[in-house]
Design a protein around this ligand. Sequence first.
Ligand SMILES: [Cu+2]
Length: 864
Amino acid sequence: MAPAGYELLPKSDSEHNGLVQPAIVSRSRRQRRSCEGYFSTVRNLFLILALLVGTASGFVVIAYLLQSKLVRIEDGSASSQGSVPGSGDVFEEPLQRCPSNLPLPAKPPSPTNPFASLTIPETVAIHDWVSSPALNLNLTAGDKAFISDNYIYRIEAYRPPKKDAIAYLDNPEQTSPPEKYAHIVIHHGSASEPYVQDYLVGPIPISEKTAMRKLTEVYHRDPIPYSARGFTTMNEIAPLLLRIMPPLAEATEDLFGGVVRGLPNDTIVGGMAAPFSFDGSFRRGWISWRRNVPGPWLHPVNFFMYVDTTGTDPEQWKLLKLVYNHQVFNTTDEFLAAYRNGTLKRLPDRPDQDPSSVDWSTRKRPQPHSLRDLDHLPGPRSVSFGGVRFRVDRALQYVSWMGWGMYFGFDRDMGLSLWDLRFKGERIIYELAPQEAMAQYAGNDPMQSTTAWLDRYFGMGSAVRDMMPGYDCPHEAVYLPATTYNYEGSITRERAICIFEHDPGRPITRHTGYAAGEMGATLGYQLIVRSVSTVGNYDYLFDYIFQIDGTVEVRLSASGYLQGGYWEPSQEGYGTAIRDSTMGSLHDHVINYKVDLDVAGTENSLLFTHTATEKITQPWLDDDWGQEVIQQKISKTYIENEDDALLKYPANFQGGYSLVNRESLNRWGVPRGYAIHAGYSPIHNTVVGSKRLLNNANWARYNLAVSKRKDTEPTSSSQWNLHLPGAPMVDFHKFFDGENLTQTDLVAWVNVGTHHLPQAEDSPNTRTNLAASSFFLTPLNYFDYDVSIDSRNAILLAAPEKPGAPWAFDDYGVRQAHCVPPPVAPFEYRGVSAFGLDGAPAPAQTAEEMRKSAELFHRIKVEL
Ligand SMILES: [Cu+2]
């Protein structure tokens, strides 16, 4: 059997029948086939190779053979002077195997990545040290703990002070790397007043110098209320639901065909909305019940419960309210009485909720599905025929490409972050990192009208998923691993980050001209760094897109399942029916990024550039038109005070914001700067003043904000902000306390987002093309000219000297390589590698176990 991707073409497809093994792979100009024939031949060669070898192990052999014959196009080859047509690209040599598609080693500026994650052995050593009796913390091992115990919830690297990191990065030969510290979170569940506390432990590795202290300076309150604590997979809420739900089985089975008895074949599952608290004084939440089918998010049954889970004793937890079809009951008895005496207003039976026909909420292709012409063929794929052009240091998590270089960091809360981003040798961004992802809903039911997610709580880093190679990223992508810790141990994902070079298929600059040197085009290649987080129902794709002119686009796109509501007429205005009884609920997404720009040094100023119309008179204007003219004019203002730096893009995008260094001028006397340029869907949150998002996501009110950078303001949010809208751990507005922004170290907090008005085409999954948003960081008089013109992947044309003569060209010596690329590896999905608290590999999990740790309280499967 042929490996995936090499199946025989259907015999009925006459257009592709008759593909035969080529007798030769070397060709002379006389033998040259058409382009189509050439590529058919190459593909055929692979088909034949695949059939001959036929097994995955065979491909390993082929890959080995290919790599053993590495060929790399040497740098510095002479420019090609040619003319069109008849450029003389004759292929008389045998067709060679392409260079390896593995990246070359990188040359990081320093031999230590100061932003690196902890290794598993480091984490185990810290865990053991913190757990030692000498520290007297009375800890229970996290994999055995209950919420009424003390246990370590999190261990991860703490980022060094910026001045220490920069001192090292700028002079690694003479300076030691900053001392390494760990950030520990302990759930103090056994305290008389349970609380959560952050600690710093270090320096690492553990030695006599290692100490532990509270980490409080980054928060606006202390300690963290236990009601805002991180959720565990211990299914802590199951005992309460087992008291409530089984006695209702008679009614729930009849009303919407679902029961909960704590058995594997239970037909409904719960999902909780958040926040659970306003200020930490209580922990209560709405549970929405859904059918236990694939894509449960799209199968709500219009049955809700408000439960109180305050404190650490589940025996004290209770049901506060029950809502069915807009009728509110204070107890299960009230509800059952109404059901039995016939006063309960029932919802009509809905045809699309037949449990046997739920394929519509899966990703299976509908049956029968419409065929698209030639869709049985694989689409085009990108191959770097001359060899991959980016460099990677896997151990150091460092990548470079076309003058760009950067280190990677990775953490539990928000996943991938980029550090010390340099372009053409100069640091441009010290830190570029997502901070928080908000989704605030609306609806005419208790779930949608009270939901305001802040997904950092769930750990968008620990929710990073292994990529599906060839689908999440191109076949040629290089993957980097990431490890995160939770209270049970560590998880490593080998394909957490992908890196690939991308041809957007359009030049970055071009011109058609006729004078010498006017005509040509420069290719617009991009380097894309991507990670994907799946938080319950939703998938976030984080992209960083680097370009050859010094621009980086930060783009977020979303997919996955909607948080569906129950569609009935009273929901009109809060969403759209996407099935007979399912609606997509109206919501906003806003995602915040920290952009610590250092433009020509750390001392920068915030420049607002604005255009407006003016009406002026000029002496040269003649009588035909009158002496008055209306035109536009640029004004430039420096925003000097933090209080004035909570910003929205100007109407009609007439101008924008940039960080400039007023003391570093380009050759034309203009301060060098980087602009923060709106990309696709530059929105901010619509809703202001909701109690459920009162002060815990104030950054979402703006398009961007700029504050003075401080090590004590490392992030705009925290894991616990979700459940503390009234008194958050990080209150973003408190960053803005009147400090001066002139020629000092600045941070821009920039938002992307989407007003998500769901539609039928969000089913089964939201599309990344429209559910996308971005911003650009782009040089603004930073250089003296557009540096992309330096690229050799460009062509310069000259008009014929004599009429009718060929156009001459210079391709700067970059010639298209013709070679046989390595075969695409057979598709393989590996999933996670888990490790226990002792660092030893943990046994593989069942699908249901994986689901539990991935979906948390988004899908609560009640178990006895
Ligand atoms: Cu959405």
